[in-house]
Ligand binder design. Sequence first.
Ligand SMILES: *[C@@H]1O[C@H](CO)[C@@H](O)[C@H](O)[C@H]1NC(C)=O
Ligand SMILES: *[C@@H]1O[C@H](CO)[C@@H](O)[C@H](O)[C@H]1NC(C)=O
Ligand SMILES: *[C@@H]1O[C@H](CO)[C@@H](O)[C@H](O)[C@H]1NC(C)=O
Ligand SMILES: *[C@@H]1O[C@H](CO)[C@@H](O)[C@H](O)[C@H]1NC(C)=O
Length: 594
Amino acid sequence: MHPLHHLLLLLPLVTLCLTTTASSPPNGFMRLGDLKFPNMTLEHLDPTLPPVLPGQTPKCSVIVLQRDFADTVGDPPASANYTQPQDCPAPWTRVVLELSVSASGLQKDRIAAVWVDGVEVLRTTTPVPMSPGAFWKVTKDITRYASAIRRLGDHNGVVSMMLENSNAELPGVYSANVSLHFYRGAVTSQPNSYSAHPTIKGLYKEPADLIIPVIREDGFNGGGFWFKIESDAITATTSVEIPRNAYRAVLELFVSYHGDDEFWYTNPLRSSYVQGADLSTPRTNGGFRQVYATIDGKFVGGHIPIVVIYPGSINPFFWSPVAAIGAFDMPSYDLDITPFLGMLLDGRPHEFGFGVHDSQPYWLVGANLHVWVDLWSDVTQAGLIDYNAPPLKVNRNAAWRNQDGQSEIDAEGLLRFIGWVSSSKGNLTTVVRQKTKFKSQVEVQNRGAVRQVEMINKRRMMVGLVKGHQALARVQLMVDAPLQVQTSSVNTAGGAVFQKTRLYHQLQEIVELSEGQAVSVGTLTDRQDAEGSALLHDGEPVWGSGATRSSYKFRDENTCYLRAVNTAGGLVQFDTTSGSCLGAAEEKGKRSAV
Ligand SMILES: *[C@@H]1O[C@H](CO)[C@@H](O)[C@H](O)[C@H]1NC(C)=O
Ligand SMILES: *[C@@H]1O[C@H](CO)[C@@H](O)[C@H](O)[C@H]1NC(C)=O
Ligand SMILES: *[C@@H]1O[C@H](CO)[C@@H](O)[C@H](O)[C@H]1NC(C)=O
Ligand SMILES: *[C@@H]1O[C@H](CO)[C@@H](O)[C@H](O)[C@H]1NC(C)=O
């Protein structure tokens, strides 16, 4: 917590800013769009993932879409026809997407996404450009979507991008180039898990044979491909038909949160769940959400999303010029639905549905269905053996007196799905198990002036493949994503609010892959600590300062990658990377189990 007397000491300074006409900000402070700071780093960066395939020349690179996004609210996705270069045929050992964006002027942060023939390959946020000329680059290994890219080239498909922007308040126009880089031959690279956040893909070394977009059907006509989910009560649905010779299926969900739910993870619990509570504001239903999917109305899995802090959130000066964890490449969530294949192999369309528990307007949800097909069979057979999906056990507690008090939501649960699939590979059983442990706590003191948010979000996911009584392979993913935010506010002369904030968040992912006797473990620890202040006018920051320390560590049996980036006052203070894991041993004991 920040002791209050610190704030009081700062008060005269703040009053000064308000009365002098913004010509000379106090030391270390930035004003949004202040050109008197020529040293401000214009390039925004993601301090996390190592560059994809450094030092290797792609076989070919293609700019697939170029577009300026000015006033684009409600517009259909920007789309461009695609032709695969003749000298760059499939298959490829690696495909890398590059999104390069610049901003012409001040603007708010926005959500954007890129689709390849309706298959979402990237969901991202734009930084808050604090100065004209701000620019950044997002690169992502999209080899996982190779079958969609191949199809794109085979039938002159379409690459699309959405970025709903508005010039009603601020002039900034976003100019974007989307490129694809194709690699053939050996890629002297790190293991695949090195260049993307590990997901449950461990078992699936070969990308899916087919990726079916599970999206809004009229996506090209405004509104886009994603489903807009307005409340807890709404499930978006669409129908999907899969090949009858599928032997494995993974549903990948992309989500982002908007409007009243943009800061869902900081929401106190004050409303309907608590007797006599204040129902006047929508942002008081607590910091718990669960995104889930259904097939023909049956629940097939869900996730409590990892918090991705948007660049305009909490304190925008923290995120200039570094992006928060996951902000440039928002994590997607894999649900292995192989145990449910028995419902889907009849050659008929089935209804896929999506919802977000406890949500408020609105969430944008889209999905890709990754399907592996058995070329040696016309029809595979499958059946569900065990279905154990009790709803998460959620406890809600709140005690408030006027503005002050505290609330807590705990959630815990265990899912287990087991199913068999008989194909040319034999009769294999897939076991999917997921354990979730979650807690959101919000505490408000000093008549609303001091606020503390704490979140624990842990998940352990296991997918195993069994033949008879013999375990063939198993992948385990453990995710631990804690968050802490402490804010103190003081009302200043002129109706402004001076806010001091301290933040800590982390994303730790441990992937353990066992095949027969061989076991490999990859550990990623991505952490950020930030501290700073902002002066808010009508809720919008006008002055501010922020310092952020980011550290990223990935390690497996063969490799280690460390990166540390410190930024303060809009500048990179240092940015170091290392391929050596000195001192890595200390991490060993820290594998947190759910
Ligand atoms: C900006 O850079 C110049 C030259 O590199 C330096 O003299 C000046 O002190 C810097 N200003 C700030 C605010 O860091
Ligand atoms: C893409 O191709 C279709 C027909 O093949 C054509 O009607 C359309 O105008 C093309 N779009 C662009 C952006 O060139
Ligand atoms: C997009 O590509 C063009 C060249 O085709 C280049 O002039 C422009 O600067 C690029 N824009 C961005 C934002 O990378
Ligand atoms: C596959 O194995 C399961 C039990 O694990 C059994 O119930 C099912 O009948 C078998 N399917 C075929 C086609 O043999």
